[in-house]
Design a protein around this ligand. Structure first.
Ligand code: IMP
Length: 428
């Protein structure tokens, strides 16, 4: 196996950072292919905690090449802040180990402004975005008015394209939202300077990636967010603006889809969601509070408290099937120590209709009723366990149930935030 895709199988925040960091040890190249600085991948190494928003988690391993593919929407300010933050902490970030795709779209100040203003405009229908300018930047990409990283590297071209772009955006900001316009000269100067700093890192990452693959290098595709936030397959319109699953890899990384050898989903042993939108297994009681508290469920990018609920086997099964998962990783199993009894959503009901397959055709799954199965909890502390055989029987049978309900083998379990807090299983 030389290529592996790892993606979120719920609504994001599944604990991908830690797993990808662990897997990065076994590969040569780690690639982000979608999303932007809306992601927050947390990696804990010894006493050090790193939160990565744009740079692939492989950066914390010596000798790995980390690529930010053309499908990522890049905020150059955030990217360079991240580079500087890592350098200050002694992590090497060089044009050899960090590659940025010339054709990735740029998130500008006006995208972030409009992201916030559009949310106010939506009122009760707001999405609860991270405010990172993601939606407006991808909208411009699709409308063919966006600017790409390569545009930042050519001053005349940039001046011309930014003049046109900002004229339209300023009209929107001023005339629709009644807010002050952005000053063209400041923006041009600022982003050209950022482009100069990025220049050494920029290249054709798709070509570099395919060359690495031809040379037999091992490649890991790092998904951001989760399949239920996918622009096409998630809980639209309460989604992010990119293809978060394996489907996003081909275009976002410039890599042929039939060369992806294996795909692993990641899902928590319970479920969380941040922002607005349907969440069928959401809890509004003491169990929800206990899970949120024990799981430290507060957004890594925005600090917002996450909504917490039970594992939704309908949604996870859908995500894994859609992404062709060969296996999945159940994370934060240790957090369920906090509840006495565990429930799992096994089917949805709408009126007389029972759904065991995710009803993507329903305009709104907010109103669905969930059918649950209940399992005994455990009071043991799982955080020190490293072998399947050492898990209490009650925990193993819960994991076996999750596997049975979802129909895809669990290849690894995560029982704590540290790099080595995992139980590997020889499956998938
Ligand atoms: P946006 O991606 O900032 O446009 O936000 C759209 C929706 O996706 C909101 O509900 C966000 O809370 C959610 N979202 C975006 N990125 C992440 C993430 O990395 N983890 C969890 N939720 C996310």
């Amino acid at each position: 196996m030389t290529t592996l895709s790892v993606f979120g199988a719920q609504w994001g925040d599944e604990g991908k950072g830690k797993i990808i960091d662990r897997l990065a040890d076994r590969v040569d190249v780690v690639v982000r292919y979608q999303g932007g600085a809306n992601a927050g991948h947390t990696v804990i190494v010894g006493n050090e905690k790193y939160v990565l928003h744009l740079i692939p988690s492989g950066i914390l391993h010596k000798g790995r090449v980390n690529m930010i593919g053309g499908g990522v929407a890049i905020d150059p300010i955030k990217l360079l802040e991240e580079v500087d933050g890592l350098l200050e902490r002694g992590v090497a970030v060089t044009p050899e180990n960090l590659r940025v795709c010339a054709s990735a779209h740029v998130i500008f100040e006006h995208h972030k402004r409009i992201d916030g203003l559009a949310e106010v405009w939506r009122g009760a229908g707001r999405i609860g975005t991270t405010g990172r300018g993601i939606g407006p930047a991808y909208a411009d990409k699709t409308a063919r008015t966006g600017l790409r990283i390569s545009d930042l590297l050519d001053a005349d071209r940039f001046q011309a394209r930014m003049t046109a772009a900002l004229a339209e955006k300023n009209a929107l900001i001023q005339k629709v939202h009644g807010e002050p316009a952005l000053e063209l000269g400041d923006q041009v100067e600022r982003y050209l300077a950022l482009g100069e700093r990025l220049r050494p890192f920029v290249g054709d990452t798709g070509a570099e990636l395919r060359r690495a693959h031809r040379a037999g290098k091992r490649i890991l595709f790092e998904g951001a967010q989760g399949l239920m936030l996918d622009i096409d397959h998630g809980t639209y319109p309460y989604v992010t603006s990119s293809n978060t699953g394996t489907g996003g890899i081909a275009n976002g990384a410039g890599f042929p889809p039939n060369k992806i050898d294996r795909a692993w989903g990641i899902a928590k042993a319970y479920c969380t969601r941040v922002g607005e939108g349907p969440f069928p297994t959401e809890l509004f009681d003491a169990d929800g509070d206990a899970i949120r508290k024990a799981g430290k469920e507060f957004g890594t990018t925005t600090g917002r408290p996450r909504r917490a609920g039970w594992f939704d086997a309908v949604a996870v099964r859908y995500a894994l099937e859609l992404c062709g998962a060969d296996g999945w990783i159940a994370t934060k199993l240790d957090i369920l120590d906090a509840v006495d009894e565990i429930k799992v959503g096994v089917a949805y009901r709408v009126g007389d209709q029972r759904y065991t397959e995710y009803p993507a055709h329903l305009p709104n799954i907010e109103g669905v009723e969930v059918e649950y199965e209940t399992y005994p909890g455990w009071s043991d502390d799982l955080s020190g366990v490293r072998r399947w055989e050492d898990l209490p029987e009650v925990v193993r049978s819960y994991v076996d149930e999750l596997e049975r309900l979802v129909g895809v083998p669990i290849v690894m379990l995560s029982v704590g935030p540290e790099r080595d807090s995992v139980i590997e299983r020889n499956k998938g």
